[in-house]
Design a protein around this ligand. Structure first.
Ligand code: NAD
Ligand code: LMR
Length: 329
């Protein structure tokens, strides 16, 4: 049995994400949990003629939803409105994520946990600290989904160079998932892409990747943030990780925000380079989740400058998330 639970399944991301996960034969049980309307969404999806069984769980049924889960994907919580930063969501979303992580610790302590809810830079440390508190933390199994930054990078790069196929051009994005903490490594794109750009073009492209989320928030004008592109990115990430875990496919890599303890060999090097406990970087997946955190490539001076700005912000975001749990213990 491979039970995947979507927490926040009736939301703007949750519904299309659940639809995309319903397409996969890797999943045998798709459990949809939300404080509103999950039962209705589940009834709807359950008619689709793929293998998985879909069940819906309402507000009081979190424990039942999470029981024996293999993987838990979390897009629960409030999205931004124009003028807000992701950190402004902490006040509401921190408590929601803490409670869901408590549910994971109680009901499926061995599950893989994939976090979408913002601010990701802080919500991932919250999940990890809750699991640590319960003695069930495995850093190889907790991921912040920053795939949307990668998806956007591929697309935006292809808009500048029509010979680049966005589907087959994966851009490594390191750091975290908010504003200046999003650091795209455009110098890694083959065939001298970055050298073909003027300084103005490079600045504009970097800014667009870092603030792509704001573009959508502004366009939706109060009706939320990215949902459909996020569902696409979230499904791509979830199914990649599941493919490595369940099918043993090797060489599968995505940039994702993880606790650096996930790869003992990489930890010392990353800590020396960044001084951080959490960081988004290319990760190779395996049967146990994180197989390897890929070493950072040589950064251009431009990218090193971006990283130098990202690190203090990340440090603050990480401390805020971790202390939300440790200070309340
Ligand atoms: P939404 O408001 O449309 O949906 C959120 C859902 O969560 C709602 O259905 C709500 O009922 C549910 N929910 C609230 N509290 C809950 C709880 N305690 N347990 C279970 N479900 C609960 O919002 P959305 O647009 O789907 O965005 C969800 C989150 O994802 C936001 O925090 C947003 O900022 C974040 N997000 C992250 C990324 C990323 O790249 N990681 C991208 C887009 C959005
Ligand atoms: C995104 O990058 O689109 C998400 O993090 C949502 C947001 O608040 O911008």
């Amino acid at each position: 049995m491979v039970k995947v639970v979507v927490c926040g399944a009736a939301g703007g991301i949750g519904q299309p994400l659940s639809l995309l996960l319903k397409q996969s034969d890797l999943i045998t049980d798709l459990a949809l949990y939300d404080v509103v309307n999950a039962v209705g969404v589940a009834a709807d999806l359950s008619h689709i003629n793929t293998k998985s069984k879909v069940t819906g769980y309402g507000k009081t049924e979190m424990d039942e939803a999470l029981k024996n889960a293999h993987t838990v994907v979390i897009p629960a919580g409030v999205p931004r409105k124009p003028g807000m930063t992701r950190d402004d969501l902490f006040k509401i979303n921190a408590g929601i994520i803490r409670d869901l992580a408590e549910g994971v610790a109680r009901n499926c302590p061995n599950a893989f946990v994939l976090v979408i809810s913002n601010p990701v830079n802080s919500t991932v440390p919250i999940v990890c600290e809750v699991l640590k508190k319960h003695g069930v933390f495995d850093p190889k199994k907790v991921f912040g989904i920053s795939t949307l930054d990668v998806v956007r990078s591929s697309r935006f790069v292809s808009e500048l160079n029509s010979s680049i196929d966005p589907k087959n051009t994966r851009v490594t994005v390191i750091g975290g998932h908010s504003g200046v903490t999003i650091v795209p490594l455009l110098s890694q794109i083959p065939n001298g892409f970055v050298d073909s750009l003027s300084k103005e073009q490079l600045d504009a492209l970097t800014y667009r990747i870092q603030y792509g989320g704001d573009e959508v928030v502004k366009a939706k004008d109060g009706a939320g943030s990215a949902t459909l592109s996020m569902a696409y990115a979230g499904a791509r990430f979830t199914l990649t990780v599941l493919s490595a875990i369940l099918e043993g496919r090797s060489g599968l890599v995505e940039s994702t925000y993880v606790n650096l303890e996930a790869d003992a060999a990489a930890t010392a090097a990353f800590k020396e380079q960044t001084g951080l406990d959490y960081f988004a970087q290319d990760v190779e997946f395996g049967r146990n989740g994180v197989e390897k955190i890929v070493a950072l490539p040589k950064l251009s001076a431009y990218e090193q400058g971006l990283l130098d700005v990202a690190i203090p912000e990340l440090k603050t975001n990480i401390a805020k998330g971790a202390s939300f749990i440790t200070d309340s213990a």
